[in-house]
Design a protein around this ligand. Sequence first.
Ligand SMILES: *[C@@H]1O[C@H](CO)[C@@H](O)[C@H](O)[C@H]1NC(C)=O
Ligand SMILES: *[C@@H]1O[C@H](CO)[C@@H](O)[C@H](O)[C@H]1NC(C)=O
Length: 343
Amino acid sequence: MGCLNFSPSKTLAPSFLLLLLFCITNIAEAFNFTTISFDEGFSHLFGDGNLVRSPDGQNVRLLLDRYTGAGFISSSMYNHGFFSALIKLPADYTAGICVAFYTSNADVFEKTHDELDFEFLGNVAGKPWRFQTNFYGNGSTSRGREERYRLWFDPSKEFHRYSILWTSRNIIFYIDEVPIREVIRKEEMGGDYPSKPMALYATIWDASNWATNGGKVKANYKYAPFVSDYKDLVLEGCPVDPIEEFPFSACYESDSRIANKDYSAVTPSRRAAMRKFRQRFMYYSYCYDTIRYPVPPPECVIVHDEQRRFKDTGRLKFGGSHKGQKRHSRGRSRTPVSEDPDI
Ligand SMILES: *[C@@H]1O[C@H](CO)[C@@H](O)[C@H](O)[C@H]1NC(C)=O
Ligand SMILES: *[C@@H]1O[C@H](CO)[C@@H](O)[C@H](O)[C@H]1NC(C)=O
């Protein structure tokens, strides 16, 4: 049973308590993985001085100040894997800030890159963080596959685990032990399904033109530095040289090891937790945005309750124009959902 059970109550506090209860009674179900230190698997990517390691290398801090953000990257690229970290986000005023935890190969395959994203979007003081998941395959940047959600906790208060499972069959985004999104590969997706080796990235950056209320609220450096913390890093996959010939037969063993791991199993109770999460916390899905996609992309599973709730816009409250603008950050191009409902 997953570590999640939402009470029907509208207030946060009772469900929080219930949640705690379920977490405590389900500790035995936590994922089985091996954590590594920063030096064992990662290197500094950008932001001189804004990456701070604890002396034992187990904790990493990324800062954003008025001069620069910061980021780190896995030293290897992986052909499939489970990528995970405990993350704590900046507190208080965080409008305009994006904290991203993602896999990509854009540095190697500039025009045909693959990507799997968690992107946390800051907010003004007193308003909660929100986040989106997304993916691209073989350079499909004109076909964003965003979903946006609220969280059932304050991600700046304590560490929570964020994980991306990527196999040849499916993709699962997890928060703690709750699968929040599963993409099952469909043949019709063709190259849109990520298929080339990727590295894991963690970054914090100024996304003032996009992150909060569609760019209406900017980062305010009166509140800098913005601090995000990372620990208990996990890289379980098949490290490969991305330029080598496909397929990577050497990854057969690694793939089957991952397939047998607990985090690869969407048990009925995990599936129920996923459904509850999506009913209650998802506020945008490209699958229901018939303005962008008159025909939903092939991997979309249309749930009729959700379809009714989202109507034709894919979002719960209509937030404005659909015309996204390309955004760039460290070579990442974006065609994001341009407006948020103001919640
Ligand atoms: C956890 O994983 C390790 C290595 O994959 C394995 O040896 C061990 O038996 C697993 N433990 C449990 C409880 O599944
Ligand atoms: C990926 O894109 C390239 C360039 O557009 C194309 O030649 C190739 O066939 C695509 N691969 C797949 C698997 O769709």
